[in-house]
Design a protein around this ligand. Sequence first.
Ligand code: ADP
Ligand code: MG
Length: 710
Amino acid sequence: MHTLASPLTVLSGIGPARAAAFARLGLQNLGDLLRHYPRGYVYLGAITPLAEAPADTKCALLLTVATAPVVHTVRRGMVLLKFRAYDDSGTAEITYFNQSYLKTAFEPGQTYRFWGKVERVGAKGNRFALSSPAHERWEEDKPLPDLIPVYRLTEGISQKQMAAAIAGAFAACGEEITDPLPAEMRSANTLCLRSFALREIHTPSGMDAIAIARRRLAFDEFLTFSLGLAISVDRRRAHTAPPCPDADISPLLAQLPYALTGAQTRVIGEIAADMASDEPMSRIVIGDVGCGKTVCAAAAMYIAVKNGRQAALMAPTEILARQHYADLAPLFAKLGIECRLLIGAVTAAEKRKIKTALACPLDRVRLPVIIGTQALLSDGVEFAAPGLIVTDEQHRFGVGQRAVLAEKNRGAHLLVMSATPIPRTLALVLWGDLAVSRVDEMPPGRQVVDTFCVDERYRARLNAFIQKQVDEGGQVYIVCPAVEEQEQDEEALSLDELLAEQAPPRPPLKAAVTYAADLAAALPDLRIGFVHGRLPSREKGEIMRRFADGELDVLVSTTVIEVGVNVPNATLMIIENADRFGLSQLHQLRGRVGRGSRKAFCVLVSDATGDEARQRLSVMCREHDGFAIAEADLAQRGPGDFLAIAGSDTLRQHGETHFRVANLAEDTALLEVASAAARSLLADDPELDAHPLLRDEVSAMFTPAPDVLN
Ligand code: ADP
Ligand code: MG
C-alpha cells in the first residue's frame, strides 16, 4: 500500500526520467500530485451538431469515423493524416499535420468526441473541415467528463500524462486522505470533506462541484496560513527581546552623503523607541519606491550592533540582497562594523565560515551584520546574540519567510520594509501584527520622471534617444517581458494542448533574444547586457554588477523582479509591451530611474489599441505617486489583477507561494472567516496539540523551500 509520501516512481509509467520532469514542477510524491491543482478547465459538455457549429469558436462534436485514416506526404517535413467523420447533420474532412502516429488512433465505425473549430468548405458552404482537433474515444456506456482539467506543465509531460499520474495517485492512496478540520468547524463554515474536494478539483462532476471544492481548499490554505502567522506572533509575544537603549546614530549620519528627510528621521525615531524596550519590536516601514527605506533599516541595524547585538537583513531575491550588501557593507565598514553576504551562490566553505562567525560566543570576533536571501533560513544559521531581523518585502508577500525568520529568532526585534500598497483587509491579515511607520516624503531633488507612451512607429526615434542618453553619460534600462518566461497565457486554455499525446516543447527564448540582437545591431557603439530568467544566477549577478558599475550602457532584462536595484546613473527606463504590466508594477519599474541628479525619462512602448489599455497607460504619464497609482490600478483592473501583479505571479513561478487555490484578492471574505477560525482554535489549543494534522500542515507551509529561488 502506498502513502501520500510515496515517490512518484511507484506509479506505473513513471520511471526516473519522468519523475525528474515532475520534480521540476515541485512534484516529488503522491501527495504533491494530488495538490497539483488544475489552472483551469475546458468545458466540453455541450455537443454541437456539425451543421450548427459556430464559425469562429471551437466546439465539441460527436463524430463517427467513416473512412480509415490515410497518410499523405506533401513534402519533406510535412505529412498529412486525413479521414472523414460524420454526425446526423453532416460529414467533415479531418486533417492532422505531422501526426502520422495517429493513424491507428481512429477506427472506422467508432465514435469520438472532437474539439476544434469547424470550417465550412465548398461553394455552398455545406461541407465541413476540421484541422488537428483534439479527440477522445467515446463509448456508449462510459460517459466522457464534461470538464477537462488543464494543468501547469513542464517539458516532457503532457496534459494527458499529468491527468493519468494524478488518477494513479488517487488509485494508490486516495483512501488515505484524512480531514484535518474538526467536524464542527467544517459544518459551521459549510465546507465539504477534503477528500471530496480533491477529487472534484481534478475530476469535476460539474461547475458547482468545482466551486464547492475550491472553497474548501482555499479555506484550508487560509486557515493554515493564519494559524502559522498567529502562532508565530503569539510565541514572539511570550519572549523578551534585548533592549537597545543606545540610539545615538550620529556616527552613521556623518557617513551619509545626504541629510535624512523629516519622514526618515521620524521613522527612525519610532524604530529606536521600539528597540529600546524589551518587548520585541514588530514594525513595518511602508513607503513608495525610492523614498529611502534602506537607510531606515541601516539605522536600526546600527542601533542593534551598537548595543552589542547582531542584525540580519533578508531580501526576496539574490540580486536585491547583493544590492543591499553593495550599499550597506561600505557604510558599515566606515563605522568599523563587519558585514557579510549569505546567498545561495556563496561557496560552501564561505557559508561555513559565516555560520561559525555568526554563532561565535566571543563578542569581539562575532560577525555583527549579515545580509542575505532566504539562505538565512537554512539549517545551521544561528545567531549568538540576535538583536534585529529586517526583511525587505519590496514587491512580494514574503510573509511566510518573515514568520520563519522571526520564529527562529524569537528574542529579536523585527522590522519589515514594503513598497507594495495593499488593500486594508489584506493588510490586516498579512500585517495585522505589525505597527506601521510611513516614509511619506521623497528625498529632496527627486525629480518627476517624464513619462511617454509610444508605439512601434517610434522605434527609430527611440533608438536615437537611447544613444543620446548614453552619449550624455547616462544609462538605460530596457524591460522586455517575454512570454517564454513560463508566464503561461492563462487564456490559452486550448484542448489541442490539452489532449495532445506529446508534451509541448519548452517555448523558445526567441522574442527576447531577437530583441537584444536587433538592438545591438541598431546601436553598435553601445555596451549592451542581456539578463533573462534562464541565466544562472551567478551570470545574472555579474551582468547586473557590470551595469551598476557603469561597464554596460544598456541593460535589457526579461525578468522584472531583477530590476529592483539602485543605479543612480540610470536616466532612461524603457518598458516594452507595457500594456502587459499592472500600473503598480510599471510604477515600481519607473522608480528605478530618476534617483540621481540627471533628468530621467520613462518610455512605455505599446501597440495595444484598446481604450482600456491606452487609458491605463495614460495614468502613468500623469501620476507619479505610488499610492494614487495603486488606487487607479484597483479601480481599473479590480483587485484580482492587481494582486496577481503585486507579486504572486513571480512567486508562483518559483513554487514559493502559500496559496495554490486561494486568491488573496477575490477570497478576502473567506480569508477573514478562516482567520477568525484560526484565532478561536488557538484560543483553546495554542500549540495545536489536539490538532496534530493541522499542526503538520502549518509546519509544512512555513518550512522554507530549498534555496532554489536564486
Ligand atoms: P527604497 O525606499 O525604494 O528602498 P532606497 O532606500 O533604495 O529606496 O533609496 C533610494 C535612493 O535614495 C538611494 O540612492 C538612496 O541613497 C537615496 N536616498 C535615501 N535617502 C535620501 C535622502 N534623505 N536624501 C537624498 N537621497 C536619499
Ligand atoms: Mg528598497
